[in-house]
Design a protein around this ligand. Structure first.
Ligand code: CA
Length: 233
């Protein structure tokens, strides 16, 4: 039995049953909540490893639940939303969600997202604050020296590219919104300039991905943001 326990927050019974059945078949433990109040209660009493959170709940908006959870916990949250509008996903991610799925979704997609979160949990446990070197596949960042390597060849990044890469690395597995990246990279001087961010991202990716035979470190979420993927093996 998989030791990962997943809280499924969903008021729609057929969808909730589909998810819990899928989890059971794949040897995950699950607990359920039908509304926001129950969700918060289950989290405090059972301390699950991952939350699958429907945004449209009868008693509370999903965004409010995310904010409440984030006030005291880093618990990975995957938002499940019927809302196809990118602004809702961005709002959920900015409130602290780690990832999102749009209804309708396939069970394969759901399981893939859960696996990303499982890797994220392992990485969060491994990365102690004092850890000065980050590695992912052939990519290595030496935070103390401020240098980046692919295999053992140094990659020359501009200061902005380096800051973006470090931010993605420190949040590996999590989808970061354009706004989050711009605020963190440019600080107080940040402007809402997604076009510039795209340019920096393109040059960064060219430097770390093009020579790597198709290895993709950074995933683009159109209209939303970017995520660093954990490279297997
Ligand atoms: Ca719902």
């Amino acid at each position: 039995m998989n030791k990962i326990q997943i809280l499924v927050v969903e008021d729609d019974a057929p969808i909730r049953n589909l998810i819990t059945t899928t989890l059971k078949i794949n040897e995950y433990q699950s607990i359920t909540a039908m509304n926001g109040a129950e969700a918060l209660m289950e989290i405090t009493s059972h301390n699950p490893d991952i939350v699958l959170l429907d945004l449209g709940l009868p008693d509370m908006d999903g965004i409010e639940i995310i904010k409440k959870i984030r006030a005291w916990s880093n618990l990975p949250i995957i938002v499940i939303s019927a809302r196809s509008d990118d602004r809702d996903k961005v709002e959920a991610l900015d409130a602290g969600a780690d990832d999102y799925l749009t209804k309708p979704f396939s069970v394969e997609e759901l399981l893939a997202r859960i696996r990303v979160m499982q890797r994220r949990i392992v990485l969060m446990q491994e990365s102690t604050p004092g850890n000065s070197v980050f590695t992912n596949g052939n990519l290595r960042i030496d935070y103390v020296a401020g240098t980046v390597y692919l295999k053992d060849v140094e990659v020359h990044l501009t200061p902005i590219e380096y800051k973006i890469l470090c931010l993605l690395a420190q949040n590996i597995g999590k989808v970061l919104t354009h706004t989050f990246i711009m605020q963190n990279v440019w600080g107080a001087a940040w402007e809402n300039d997604v076009a510039s961010l795209r340019v920096f991202m393109a040059t960064l990716r060219k430097k770390i991905e093009n020579s790597q035979n198709g290895v993709q470190y950074i995933q683009t979420h159109v209209g939303i943001g970017y995520r660093m993927l954990k490279i297997e093996g």
